[in-house]
Design a binder for this molecule. Structure first.
Ligand SMILES: *Cc1c(COP(=O)(O)O)cnc(C)c1O
Length: 391
């Protein structure tokens, strides 16, 4: 059904395979294993000569609906669901790379992603070079003969820097490497990296795909020959698998994805404009603002600016913490992509475990705050932030 229907239709209908009961809503198969009619059928299933579920570490019908629906939304041939966004990145690297390979990573990726590449994967012989998200020449310069993967987030967290996906596709092609994009901030509702030439899309389904702050999940998407052999092969054996319950919850999230993202994006743009007018704020980072350094590129790659606004409060950490501590409505939590607006001080939380130098390289100052705009009334959000800015 992928070819025939638009994104809104696919979001509510793709992947459904009804049981003999003809349930309307997607069925939730909470079972660890599946029974076979005979020894011969068991053997056929295990030999992959017969399609069908075996064991929920690698085949569960509810998880499969989620995989097919997300694949349809991203325009991907294949999707492998994982337990979390981090395990999606781990499954991609463990499934596709080996010791002695080299990876080029944007400076401006999620804090745990930096940790994963610089500590854990480094112990297994994977080399990584970090480069500025927006400097295509720096990516080109970082290419080594053994470079196999380029990895980025766009917009980045928390500064909403935009990487030029088509330009980096060129760099990756010339290097004989794959380009992977963590599409967490935009989701396929606002940006489809595969259509722009990327090879792999990574998701933390924990964020906008669920969209209501309930469960953890992740996904790796791309061409079947890349994803099925490598990534599914790793998942099947190593087991960082998405639970069927979480898959079912996230499926329901996907149904409202585009509507939520558009509403949150519209609110974020208004909030960003308002923040720019506040005297206590030094700078606002939002791709939908003409003041954003990659505004033109952002509007070419994305349908809108997205739901994340970051801003630098004058007066450093003390002033920033004052804004956080004076909120009564906005949730003080590191999560994002929820219907409830959240506020985070990245330097002391999400990016607190990376070194001061890495933080400086990523441009994360002590006065920086990140707001992930939810679905509350915008005036209430403004009033909540204004209190701390006046304090
Ligand atoms: C949260 C996040 C991750 C990690 O996802 P989890 O589901 O928390 O493991 C990866 N990338 C980005 C951009 C994120 O925001």
């Amino acid at each position: 059904m992928t070819d025939k229907y638009q994104l809104d239709t696919l979001a509510v209908r793709a992947g459904i395979e009804r049981s003999q009961f003809g349930e309307h809503s997607e069925a939730l198969y909470l079972t660890s294993s599946f029974v076979f009619k005979s020894a011969a059928q068991a053997a056929e299933r295990f030999a992959e000569r017969e399609q069908g579920p075996i064991y929920s570490r690698f085949t569960n019908p509810t998880v499969k609906v989620f995989e097919e629906r997300l694949a349809a939304l991203e325009g991907a041939e294949c999707c492998v669901a994982t337990a979390s966004g981090m395990s999606a990145i781990l499954a991609m690297t463990m499934g596709l790379l080996k010791a002695g390979d080299h990876v080029i990573v944007s400076h401006s990726v999620f804090g745990a992603t930096v940790q994963l590449f610089t500590t854990i994967l480094k112990r297994f012989g994977l080399d990584s070079t970090f480069v500025p998200a927006t400097d295509v020449a720096a990516w080109q310069k970082a290419v080594e003969p053994n470079t196999r993967l380029l990895f980025l987030e766009t917009p980045s967290n928390p500064l909403t820097e935009i990487s030029d996906i088509p330009a980096l596709v060129e760099v990756a092609r010339k290097a004989g490497a794959l380009l992977a994009v963590d599409n967490c901030f935009c989701t396929p509702a606002l940006q489809q990296p595969l259509a722009l030439g990327a090879d792999i899309v990574i998701h933390s389904a924990t964020k906008y795909l669920d969209g209501q702050g309930r469960v953890l999940g992740g996904a790796v998407l791309g061409k079947r020959d890349v994803i099925y052999q490598g990534v599914f092969g790793f998942l099947r054996t190593a087991g960082p698998t998405l639970s069927p319950f979480n898959a079912w919850v996230i499926l329901k999230g996907l149904e409202t994805l585009r509507i939520r993202l558009e509403a949150q994006s519209a609110s974020a743009l208004e909030l960003a404009r308002w923040l720019e007018r506040q005297p206590r704020i030094a700078r606002v980072f939002y791709p939908g603002l003409p003041s954003h350094p990659q505004h033109v590129l952002a509007m070419k790659q994305q349908k809108s600016g997205g739901g994340i606004v970051s801003f630098e409060v004058k007066g450093g950490k003390d002033a920033a913490w004052k804004v956080v501590d004076n909120t009564r409505l906005i949730s003080i939590t590191a999560n994002l992509g929820d219907t409830k607006t959240t506020i985070t001080h990245p330097a002391s939380t999400t990016h607190g475990r990376i070194t001061q130098e890495a933080r400086a390289a990523a441009g994360i100052s002590d006065g920086l705050l990140r707001v992930a705009v939810g679905l509350e009334a915008l005036d209430d959000l403004k009033a909540d932030l204004a209190r701390g800015l006046k304090a």
